[in-house]
Ligand binder design. Sequence first.
Ligand code: PHE
Length: 367
Amino acid sequence: MANDPTAKTLAELGAADAAAVVRLFGEVHEQFVRETSIAPDLQSWEELRNAWLGRKSGALTRITENWLKTASPALRPTVGKCLNELRAQVEARLGELQQAIEAGAEASAMARDRVDLSLPGVQRPVGSRHLIRQTFADIERIFLSLGFTVVEGNEIETPYYNFEALNIPEHHPARDTMDTFYLETPPGAPQWLLRTHTSPMQVHTMQAKQPPVRIIVPGKVYRRDNPDATHSYMFHQVEGLAVDTDITFCDFKGTVEYFVREFLGPKVKTRLRPSYFPFTEPSVEVDATCVFCGGKGCNVCKQSGWIELFGAGMVDPAVYGFVHYDAKKFSGFAFGLGVERLTQLKYNINDLQLYFQNDVRFLRQFA
Ligand code: PHE
């Protein structure tokens, strides 16, 4: 400030009475109002605050030093009162300006970070469970309600678990129906294969615990089949096994009938046809009345009215020998559900390959 009055004493300024003091303060206040009339940015606000309130060199400090401390006792009360008023005004105005600066900064940050809610967002299509998974869940729900528990096994097995311990010795013709994928291993090393059915888990389970046993085993199995409408080199099974001291063929039949009715609907009837598996005796194929014609006969059931569902039977006592169960004390049943086949019957799907092609036009129909 050129010719700054605050740099001089009251005597030097010729202010000899209260009126002159009030006038001087009035001038200083006007000066302050002029300097703060334009909205400052943060930096110039800091400069203003230093110029007016700075403890060492601010205008108010100078007034204290040059006017108040040198004032005659008669003028001192007036100087003190005016100085207090001026300080209050300066502090209030600088506070106001500081708030305005902060609000401005916030507003511009909001403008910068503004989210345009009217813009279309990134569309992420919602997935759904694959039909095979839905059938697994269906099967599990039914057997859980009967007191079975769900266990899972490895997809890689040894020939012992996949065949021998299931009463299928090395040169048994039953192996021919399961053209198997063997893993490459060094000559002389133990053999490994992709399991051809979930039945090896019967053996693992019985080895691990004594009866009572009630398990189902959902999982993938592999066979060297060429893909067509009814074959795939990988498909899904749910194995079932129940062993206890008092399990009869009636329990087996009742369980199977209950499952089929729960899964395919209350109108469906079942029948058991004699069959052969090395690890069950007697063995059966479980048939159901054709879901497409209701048993009258149609193309799907080849006019027979029946459709083959899955293989099953009472556990062959020879298998108990492999797992050290007392065959005189225990009895039980086992079954192997083909998941693709059951799904095909429930949803009327005519090509097994559809499950594995991952074409959303197919999958969406069951979402
Ligand atoms: N494991 C047999 C198969 O894959 C099915 C089956 C399981 C039969 C359990 C009887 C008992 O063909």
